[in-house]
Design a protein around this ligand. Structure first.
Ligand SMILES: [Zn+2]
Ligand SMILES: [Zn+2]
Length: 269
């Protein structure tokens, strides 16, 4: 299976050379992961400057769910890196998801990381994802005991795909994003613990809210509750269409006694 995907990618690359999705220039000297959105266009992507409550989408410090909105979601908050309305973001996400371009995980995760680090003031989300603020990656990281505890307590959870969909696509786009986030912030990915046991239809293909709710309800389950109990969990996905998928994950994780559950996405549609 993997060999055919590689072969197919090779043929596609030869027939259709990669051009930057924004400036349309072909940068042959760059690594393939850098060609889909060239470094200059990547630099120009505006990150979201003000986070909102995931439920009512009104301003909320650092994206935390308003106290009055907590009845409507299991998420403690949601961090959204940038805007889906930017052409470069929507076309990158589409290519990533529907044209199976794994390398787009590089620029998209880059935007996520940038948005987390470049806020004026660190809030609740930063408290659980960052424990050391030094940007010098050459220096060996030395954590205080308190920081080590937070690190041990915080894990990343990519939104799982159903086995059938995974086999069809060849990768889980949320997992690829999680790998870059994990490297950057030195956090563990807990995959295989939350699984999707229902082969749901893509939420974006369903028009009504009730159909979407029915589609996603009971879709996930936890395999190893010990790996979830008492942890801060950050659920990672590329795009959030309605809140339903993330909320259903959060509900499943909270049932298994997760402490805090946040969502982290590139953009919200
Ligand atoms: Zn470009
Ligand atoms: Zn709210």
């Amino acid at each position: 299976m993997k060999f055919y995907i590689q072969l197919r990618n090779f043929i596609l690359d030869t027939l259709f050379p990669i051009k930057c999705l924004s400036c349309n220039v072909e940068f042959e000297n760059l690594e393939p992961v850098q060609r889909w959105i060239c470094p200059q266009c990547l630099e120009e992507i505006k990150i979201r400057r003000q986070q909102v409550c995931p439920v009512c989408e009104q301003f909320s410090d650092g994206g935390r769910t308003h106290h009055r909105c907590t009845e409507k979601t299991h998420l403690d908050g949601l961090w959204v890196a940038t805007e889906y309305k930017y052409d470069i973001i929507s076309s990158a996400i589409r290519k990533f998801k529907f044209n199976f371009v794994r390398d787009i995980s590089f620029p998209l995760s880059n935007v996520m990381i940038k948005s987390i680090l470049e806020v004026e003031e660190y809030g609740d989300f930063q408290d659980i994802i960052l424990t050391e603020l030094s940007q010098d990656s050459n220096e060996e990281k030395i954590y205080t005991d308190e920081e080590k505890n937070i690190k041990a307590e915080t894990v990343l959870i990519p939104v799982p795909l159903h086995k059938k969909r995974y086999n069809w696509r060849g990768f889980n786009q949320s997992f690829l994003l999680s790998e870059y986030i994990s490297d950057k912030f030195d956090l563990k990915i807990t995959s295989g613990v939350l699984i999707r046991n229902k082969n749901t239809k893509p939420q974006s293909k369903l028009k009504s809210v009730s159909k979407r709710e029915k589609n996603i309800k009971g879709a996930f389950s936890c395999l190893d509750k010990n790996k979830i109990k008492g942890k801060n969990m950050i659920i990672i996905d590329d795009v959030c269409t309605s809140l339903l998928t993330l909320d259903e994950c959060a509900k499943t994780l909270k049932k298994a006694k997760a402490k805090n559950v946040w969502g982290l996405v590139v953009a919200r549609r």
